[in-house]
Design a protein around this ligand. Structure first.
Ligand SMILES: NC(=O)c1ccc[n+]([C@@H]2O[C@H](COP(=O)([O-])OP(=O)(O)OC[C@H]3O[C@@H](n4cnc5c(N)ncnc54)[C@H](OP(=O)(O)O)[C@@H]3O)[C@@H](O)[C@H]2O)c1
Length: 325
């Protein structure tokens, strides 16, 4: 084991949010790609193991598993439209979860915590590309300010824990994640899984596909399995408290229309595609720089977008009955 992560002997890694999109991808990489090293123990939690909004339940689950390392993914997560309706819930629930997890990690002497921010927490009015130094440089987009401020406070807490106690807790900043085990709910989910589900239904019912918004908004998408592989690297090798953006390059930013076309092709949908411009586009773009990641890992290969979309669509079709939707 390289870096500071290895200084405590065998790692016991607790993954909060282990049953979600990103958690299941990390579990897959650990189990199927020999991601686990000898003597490492991995524990994947869901909300059934502990409600992390409760400080008591959080402490109890740390007491039970005594982790040396934590990957903190648990969060109230949702797409644009759910965020617009529930800013208060996104703020409070996420602030409670994050404070409980970081404080329990500190109290139980956890060596390293890698938490998860998101590129959608960056300032709305900004220069592009966005980089890691700009998280707090202005108000976030008004559609998701509750989620955004709650996530930003993770960085505040990490820096304060370092300043007061020398803790090296950090955070990663992924762009839009997609993959197997996503939430494919059309009303509350993110854009890609929602599109996949809508296209699936449009094909089945022989109806046109309605895409919300103009299709012009631009996004960088990261495949959950690529993100999982990068998470392992951050846990083991990345030694900074400052967060790091985990994203494909700026040149790989795509429009929602391009993404919709990829889904249409992957699912073999042959009907009409209609863009409903009465629905919000959200932030026009949030182009992020992956220069810091590339400085550390110049050769990391991301799965090509269309191939990752195809794998995700195939998974959704094969698991339609049990998928979250
Ligand atoms: N999806 C994206 O595009 C994206 C982009 C950037 C950053 N992120 C961040 O990545 C992380 C993981 O996101 P995801 O997409 O994997 O989310 P997800 O699929 O919605 O999973 C959320 C996870 O959090 C758990 N959870 C929620 N509330 C909880 C509570 N009160 N107590 C304990 N566990 C709770 C859920 O457990 P149950 O399964 O039991 O409900 C689930 O395991 C989050 O921090 C998110 O902010 C996601």
């Amino acid at each position: 084991m390289n870096g500071s992560a290895g200084s405590v002997g065998p790692m016991r890694v607790l993954v909060t949010g282990g049953s979600g999109l990103v958690g299941r991808a990390i579990e897959h990489v650990i189990k199927e790609e020999s991601g686990a090293r000898e003597e490492e123990t991995w524990i994947f939690l869901s909300s059934k193991d502990a409600n992390l909004m409760s400080a008591e339940e959080t402490r109890a689950v740390f007491q039970k598993h005594r982790p040396t390392h934590v990957i903190h993914l648990a969060a109230m997560v949702g797409g644009l439209f759910r965020n617009m309706r529930q800013n208060l819930d996104f703020w409070r629930n996420n602030v409670f979860i994050n404070d409980n997890v970081l404080q329990a990690a500190h109290e139980f002497d956890v060596v390293k915590v890698v938490s998860c921010l998101s590129t959608c927490i960056f300032p709305d009015k900004t220069t592009y590309p966005i980089d890691e130094t700009m998280i707090h440089s202005g108000p976030p987009h008004e559609t998701n300010f509750g989620y955004a401020y709650a996530k930003r406070m993770i960085d505040v807490q990490n820096r304060a824990l370092f300043q007061q106690y020398g803790r090296r807790y950090t955070a990663v900043i992924p762009t839009n994640v997609f993959g197997p085990h996503d939430n494919f709910n059309i009303e509350n989910g993110h854009v890609l899984p929602g599109l996949i589900h809508k296209t699936y239904l449009a094909k089945k019912e022989g109806k046109p596909l309605q895409v919300w918004g103009s299709g012009r908004a631009l996004r960088q998408f990261i495949y959950s399995l690529d993100l999982a592989r990068l998470f392992l690297w951050v846990l083991r090798e990345y030694d900074e408290v400052e967060p790091i953006i985990l994203s494909v390059g700026e040149e790989d930013e795509v429009s929602i229309k391009f993404a919709a076309d990829a889904v249409v092709e992957a699912l073999g949908f042959e009907g009409d595609v209609i863009f409903d411009t009465s629905k919000a586009d959200g932030q026009f773009k949030k182009t992020a720089s992956n220069a810091k990641l590339r400085k550390y890992l110049p050769d990391f290969e991301f799965t090509p977008f269309r191939a990752a979309i195809k794998e995700t669509c195939d998974w959704f079709v094969a698991n339609y009955d049990s998928a979250r939707k």
